[in-house]
Write a protein that binds this ligand. Sequence first.
Ligand SMILES: [Zn+2]
Length: 309
Amino acid sequence: MTTLYLHHLAALNHLAEPGHPERADRIRVIERVLEQERFTALAREQAPLAPVEPILRAHDARYVESVFDDLGRGGPLRADVDTPVSIGTHEAVLRSIGAVLQAVDEVMTGRVRNAFSAMRPPGHHAERARATGFCFFNTVAVAARHARAGHGADRVAILDWDAHHGNGTQDIFWDDPSVLYCSTHEMPLYPGTGAAGEQGEYGTVVNVPLAAGDDGAVFREALERIVLPRIAAFRPDLLLVSAGFDAHWRDPLANLNLTERDFAWATQRLVEVAARVSGGRIVSVLEGGYDLIGLSQSVSAHVAALMEA
Ligand SMILES: [Zn+2]
């Protein structure tokens, strides 16, 4: 079956000051690599604009209103200094959320096997009522709640292998036993959360901190021994991936030593687990990844493995 690829030029119009690592070139290199012949079979769709209602399932209403006020004015954002706002940010944010809603709709109704959304800004640092770390709204959190409310999913699992801990996703699902949140990340590192002892109100938060310098062997062991068994035992109806690629050895914002082969392997293992427990349903969402070569090679490996599902 098909892999869906969601994208939109609006992702290029969310501008940061020169030198900011979360930049439009990230999307340009992904677009370029996915134009290769091996990706011809991807179903390509333009990311639609999201309505506000699904965002309110994951975020505080007053917070959502204040973000839209700031975005409507073209910035600056009142809440956070490293999360820039430009004239194009409003549309980029709405299409970034719209992409994942569309992906969930098509995967949950069986139109496609799985999906990858390459939009920005990213989402996993956005908390219920706080923008931080380049993120405004929590994309995977909105996706998980949409699968539950819009498609009757009983349980959703999220795997977050971005090098940074997804403090926002953990915050939103801390006391929600219908969503399993699993994260591998470097520690200590921004944002500072994600210790193994942080397990959520119902034990549905699974944090596996890695140390600076850890390589693919350590990452694979963490997935094989802790994360994948937890996901399989949870029996989710949908598997979401917070697919950040800043654990790649080339990345300037983190100090892990993964290669694109590790992301291919992790995706293949996830595909196997999903085939057993979630009818193969996977929706993957771009988070971080700031070295353009490491990012494009990792996305290529990840999407190729999704297509083999
Ligand atoms: Zn990151």
